[in-house]
Design a protein around this ligand. Structure first.
Ligand SMILES: *Cc1c(COP(=O)(O)O)cnc(C)c1O
Length: 463
């Protein structure tokens, strides 16, 4: 895609850094189905609809900014993952991507398991009826109180993250008169992000226990001697927004190697391996994510092959997609406010939300798409930066995008693929009221997380 490919071109293309901005490859009115949830279309008047409901009606009823979650798409993605992995593997949805009681019920109904990494997530899961044995508890610093609750509730597994935690969980389980099923999280020396992975040592981080230097083997040695623990497997998680399966290949190979060492030393074949989450989604038209069945096949093949060559029985595989399930299922709807053309640079389009409802751009330099959704337009494209209303110049929602040049205050624009790590990372910065999450399905919309109110703010501020 080159800038010059578009005859209209961005307004000030000549002063932009070469190769940095791509002119829109297609008509701005055409929604790229890759980045929008499945039931999103434009109706005859050009307005975007989701689950059969037009955005103007949604904005009127629920206000903006708001997240609209396509329930049919969410459920379809759950089924695609569980069908792809089949009965011999387990899919754990990573609750930190977005968790609410409605989501827990959908997961329960669709047969998925759930990862939690805090007492709050555990409470939400249990309250909404997820069976405890289908919950895995993660985290690098679980408190004693959290571990006690998890063990008492009977969670299916706790993923041990440090030498101290091995002892702590064993002690708590023993005190409560039980044996806790656990996995040990190892760091395999692979870090994967987006299109690349780095197969160098990446031990300089807070998660897991390094395979390097025999530390993971030592952790296994200790876990196997403690009565409170039933060690069932090894866990690894290598990164986020990953497209390249090569990182998983290296990680699976190293984990299987450890399983073989464990068999040789202790005479036990651990029955499970968990390869974590991190599978990428399309935030822009440039991203090409894999389908769950391709991922399942690739991971299954790698593990089977490695186990065969190590003479091991193939363990039960589990995976933990968060973003890949919920990310594509929601968009954020904003109302356009101030529009500020900066001569020779770009046009700043301010919306009624910002870094309080989507911190990812500021935090990770994440890329997003955006579209005018309350109408279509034949005006020429203009290069924009979509910014929020917060007191930070880094308060950017979409760094570089094109919108029609007749954009006006009061128009509705939507940012797709905001289902993961947006509401769950939302903040009250500038005393913003965190937006609602509205589930839309078959012509019906219902609030699953309501909008915060000023009373909510004042209630916490006890004076
Ligand atoms: C964050 C995380 C996941 C989910 O990551 P996604 O990128 O949302 O798929 C899975 N497992 C672990 C251990 C994680 O920390």
């Amino acid at each position: 895609m080159s800038r010059s490919a578009h005859p209209a071109g961005p307004r000030h293309a000549d002063v932009l850094p070469e190769g940095h901005y791509s002119a829109p490859a297609t008509d701005l009115n055409v929604l790229d189905e890759k980045v929008w949830s499945r039931t999103v279309t434009r109706d005859a008047d050009g307005a975007l609809t989701v689950g059969g409901i037009e955005v103007a009606r949604l904005a009127q009823e629920f206000g903006t900014p708001a997240y609209f979650l396509d329930e049919a798409d969410f459920r379809a993605r759950c089924r695609a993952w569980s069908d792809a992995f089949g009965a011999d593997a387990d899919v754990f949805y990573a609750g930190k991507a977005f968790l609410s009681r409605a989501v827990v019920r959908w997961l329960t109904e669709e047969g998925l398991n759930l990862d939690v990494c805090s007492g709050g997530e555990l409470t939400t899961a249990l309250d909404a009826g997820m069976p405890a044995e289908r919950i895995a508890f993660h985290g690098n610093n679980k408190t004693v109180a959290e571990i006690e609750r998890a063990v008492e509730a009977g969670v299916g597994r706790i993923v041990l993250d440090s030498f101290q935690e091995i002892v702590r969980v064993a002690h708590i389980a023993q005190r409560l008169g039980t044996r806790q099923r656990v996995q040990i999280r190892v760091t395999v020396g692979v870090e994967a992000h987006t299109h690349e992975f780095i197969a160098t040592a990446h031990e300089d981080q807070k998660f897991g226990i390094a395979l390097a230097g025999g530390q993971a083997a030592e952790a296994v040695r200790r876990a196997l001697t403690l009565d409170g623990l039933e060690l069932v497997g090894i866990h690894s998680h290598i990164g986020s927004q990953i497209f390249d399966m090569a990182g998983f290949e290296v990680s699976a190979r190293r984990v299987v190697q450890l399983l073989a060492e464990i068999r040789d030393e202790h005479g036990v074949e651990l029955p499970e391996i968990d390869l974590g989450g991190g599978l990428g989604i399309a935030y822009t038209s440039d991203d090409d994510p894999r389908e769950p069945h391709e991922i399942a096949k690739a991971l299954g093949d790698i593990v089977t092959r490695e186990c065969e060559s190590a003479g091991l029985r193939t363990p039960r595989i589990s995976v933990e997609p968060g973003r890949a399930i919920v990310g594509p299922t929601a968009f954020t709807l904003y109302e356009v406010g101030t529009i500020k053309p900066l001569e020779g640079l770009r046009t700043y389009v301010s919306v009624d939300g910002g870094m309080s409802d989507n911190i990812r751009t500021a935090l990770y330099d994440a890329e997003y798409s955006v579209a005018l959704v309350s109408r279509t337009s034949d005006a020429e494209p203009m290069l924009v930066r979509v910014v929020g209303k917060h007191c930070e110049s880094g308060d950017i929602v979409v760094k570089d995008a094109f919108l029609p040049s007749d954009l006006a205050p009061g128009d509705l624009i939507a940012v797709p693929a905001t289902g993961a790590y947006c509401r769950s990372m939302a903040s009250n910065y500038n005393h913003a009221l965190r937006p609602p999450v509205v589930a839309v399905r078959d012509g019906e919309a219902r609030v699953i997380v309501r909008r915060e109110t000023e009373e909510d703010l004042l209630r916490l501020d006890v004076g």
